[in-house]
Design a binder for this molecule. Structure first.
Ligand SMILES: C[S@@+](CC[C@H](N)C(=O)[O-])C[C@H]1O[C@@H](n2cnc3c(N)ncnc32)[C@H](O)[C@@H]1O
Length: 208
C-alpha cells in the first residue's frame, strides 16, 4: 500500500495515470470521470454548500466545487498532494492528517451538507471503514449526504472476478468496497445505496 511518501512521489503524475487508466476503461480507474461528474452534479443541486473531501489528492473534484462557490474543507496525508490542491483553492481549509486515526480534531464539531471521498477510502481496511463512516455520519447535517466514489463491487464474487481478470496489476494492499457487505455492516446506523458506474467502479450514497 502506498504510504505518505508514495503519494508524494505519485502526486505530479497522478492526473495523467488516472486519465490513461480511465480512457482505456481499465481497472482501477474505469468510470472515474463519470463517478466524479455524478458526485459533482449531486452537490451542484444545492448552492453554496459546505463540503468535506477526504483524500482529495490533486483536488480534481474539490477544485470544480470550489470554483462553483462551495466551501471546501479537506483531509489528506500527502504534503505534495496538499500543495498541488491548495494552489488551485487558496481559501479551502486543507488539513494534513492520516485518516487511519479518524477525523482531524479541528473539524470534529463541524456539520457538512456533503462529505465526499473518491478513490481514498480503499486505503482503510474493511474493519476500519465502519467506525470511520460512523464518525462521518456525525459530521453531516440531518439531510446531508456522504458520497463515496471508488473501486467498488456489488458482491465479493464480482470483486474476485475483477481481481482474476487483472491479476498481473491487481493491488493486493487495497481494500475495495463490496456493497452488500458494507450495507450489512452499516444497516443499523444509516441508509445506503449503490450506483454501479463501470466494471470496477461505483458510488455509495450514505444518508442518516
Ligand atoms: C488515489 S488518490 C485519490 C485522489 C482524489 N480523491 C481523486 O479522486 O482523484 C488517494 C488520496 O488519498 C490520500 N490518502 C491515502 N491514504 C490516506 C490516509 N490514510 N489518510 C489521509 N489521506 C490518505 C492520498 O494521499 C491521495 O491523495
Amino acid at each position: 500500500m502506498l504510504d505518505q511518501q508514495g503519494f508524494n512521489l505519485w502526486a505530479d503524475n497522478y492526473d495523467k495515470t488516472v486519465q490513461i487508466s480511465e480512457e482505456n476503461n481499465e481497472y482501477p480507474f474505469a468510470g472515474y470521470k463519470e463517478i466524479l461528474n455524478t458526485i459533482y452534479k449531486t452537490i451542484m443541486e444545492e448552492a453554496h454548500s459546505n463540503v468535506l473531501d477526504i483524500g482529495f489528492g490533486t483536488g480534481i473534484l474539490a477544485t470544480k466545487l470550489y470554483e462553483a462557490g462551495h466551501q471546501i474543507d479537506g483531509i489528506d496525508f500527502s504534503t505534495r498532494m496538499i500543495s498541488i490542491a491548495q494552489a488551485k483553492m487558496s481559501k479551502a481549509n486543507l488539513l494534513e492528517w492520516d485518516i487511519s486515526k479518524g477525523i482531524h480534531p479541528d473539524i470534529r464539531g463541524n456539520q457538512y451538507d456533503f462529505i465526499v471521498s473518491t478513490y481514498a477510502l480503499h486505503h482503510l481496511t474493511d474493519k476500519e471503514k465502519v467506525p470511520f463512516i460512523r464518525e462521518l455520519l456525525s459530521l453531516i447535517k440531518d439531510d446531508g449526504k456522504i458520497l463515496i466514489g471508488d473501486v467498488a463491487f456489488e458482491t465479493r464474487e464480482q470483486l474476485n472476478a475483477c481481481r482474476h481478470n487483472n491479476i498481473d496489476h491487481w493491488d493486493h494492499d487495497e481494500f475495495y468496497f463490496v456493497y452488500e457487505e458494507i450495507k450489512l455492516a452499516l444497516e443499523h446506523i444509516c441508509h445506503c445505496e449503490f450506483h454501479k458506474v463501470s466494471h470496477c467502479g461505483g458510488i455509495i450514497v450514505i444518508t442518516k
